[in-house]
Write a protein that binds this ligand. Sequence first.
Ligand SMILES: Cc1cc2nc3c(=O)[nH]c(=O)nc-3n(C[C@H](O)[C@H](O)[C@H](O)COP(=O)(O)OP(=O)(O)OC[C@H]3O[C@@H](n4cnc5c(N)ncnc54)[C@H](O)[C@@H]3O)c2cc1C
Length: 547
Amino acid sequence: MSTALQFDTHEIFNQSPPYEDIDLFSTDGPLVEAVKANGAEAEIAALSAFGRQWGAAEMFGLGRRANENPPKLYTFNPKGFRRDVVEFHPAYHELMRASIAAGLHASTFTPTGKRAAPPAEVARAARYYMAAQVESGHLCPITMTRAALAALAAEPTLLATVAPKVVTTTYDPAFRPWTEKPGMTLGMGMTEKQGGTDVRANTTTATPSGDFYVVTGHKWFLSAPMCDAFLVLAQAPGGLTCLFVPRFRPDGSVNALRLQRLKDKLGNRSNASSEVEFAGAFALRVGPEGAGVRTIIQMVQLTRLDCALASSGFMRMALAQAVHHSRYRTVFQKHLYDQPMMRTVLADLALEVEGAVALVMRLARAFDYAGEDAREAAYARLVTPAAKYWICKTAPGFIYEAMECLGGNGYVEESILPRLYREAPVNAIWEGSGNVMCLDVLRALRRDEEAAELFGSLARQASRLAGAVEAPFDRDKAIASEAHARDMVGRLARIAAAAALNDSAPAAVTEAFVHTRLGRPGGALYGADGLEATEAELLLERALPER
Ligand SMILES: Cc1cc2nc3c(=O)[nH]c(=O)nc-3n(C[C@H](O)[C@H](O)[C@H](O)COP(=O)(O)OP(=O)(O)OC[C@H]3O[C@@H](n4cnc5c(N)ncnc54)[C@H](O)[C@@H]3O)c2cc1C
């Protein structure tokens, strides 16, 4: 691109070209290595095709338009009849179509609802990570749809009819019964006004009526309300129970879901999040009465993985934008990229993403093998909440720092940075907020022997990697103090990231991560970690090849 374009009053120069029409996969060295290290090498060509598709200027345009034109709720039709439908901008539908065509909503399951063979999780994780870099709001129904299949496993007959409708590559946004559609999406309703974390405080009821249930009550958050059905928690006679609540009754009439209003959110604007009342809605039970939490936690475990994947993707996009811009922008006759302090900041950001992507891809591998290998199941159980905690809480501050690398251009809406910045906190809040993730790690350590053993072995591995850094914890000390669980869980995540890097990245990267992330007290700002110039050189070359 020309850097000296004529304008009426001045020439334009010293601005970076748009960061688009790139291959989001092949230009991301750490991602390529992590995919290979976790068993998905055979997917490289397909992932590169996906990376080119999603890195196209057109896809970035769809992402922008879907967020500039948020969804609208139409509660009634012009004659006063209830409609309870949400209309989305065509750009949102295009994004949904592309994600579903690529199987982001279901590729880890077979049409019979069984888990697909490895490396289905790692291959999907890489795609999800790339899609999140471009637009994340539409990924809400995408993550819920695939995760719901895990909970539906508790009700094999229902799963057998739902799974073939989910495991297609057809997106059908029409408002009609799921049984008549070639493809369907699924949402989730747990949170009520009086409690989200504490779902046992749910007051919504599920009353048995023959072979179905009647659900009465509300949900304070019900995202993607145009999904074809929802997994909802409600109090049945036997206790808190998971229910399948479709938008239409079996007789074809609209089910009694009354969308009250849409939330006015900080970010996540392309996605609709509704408040809903169930006015005697038709529902089918999923799993035994009283087993609601146990049933739906299968779903939540998968959405938590996706939160960590998406936030890693946000950080990757923010980093790529910062590195790209700095290579073009000159300040004091020198590219920002060559200014010593900027290089340290950029390299430190790159190192954070190295750790995050290595960790989430390793975690995806654990999901690939959890069904057959107890150790991998323990890894998924222990590391999912830890990774969600560390990565999702890191992302907002990280994106802010990357934004600053672009100066004023980064703060302006036309760059993608403000959208990423607004989007990031929600991944830390939903699907279990930060403290709740830490409590979940404590629970795993207390109850799951395999998880506790894994914890010990990660700690020993960290000591070996870190050399002089002392073993950071032992299990008894770790579970003793709820008050200090954040410190322990943050360290656990960074240790697991170091171990994952050890499997996928060059030794120098792992060493840099260990000496800056395991040896230091938390809280240092990016670029204040004492990275050496040679380390910066390596990290920046890996982060983004020069064009
Ligand atoms: C945009 C958006 C969309 C959403 N979509 C959905 C949806 O589709 N379906 C759905 O069911 N929910 C949805 N949610 C709700 C979300 O899952 C909840 O907001 C979240 O789980 C937290 O619950 P809460 O808001 O009731 O907060 P609370 O449960 O009141 O928690 C508040 C804070 O207290 C902390 N905390 C809780 N317990 C403890 C403890 N014992 N010790 C220390 N700290 C603690 C939490 O970590 C949190 O930071 C959505 C939320 C948002 C923001």
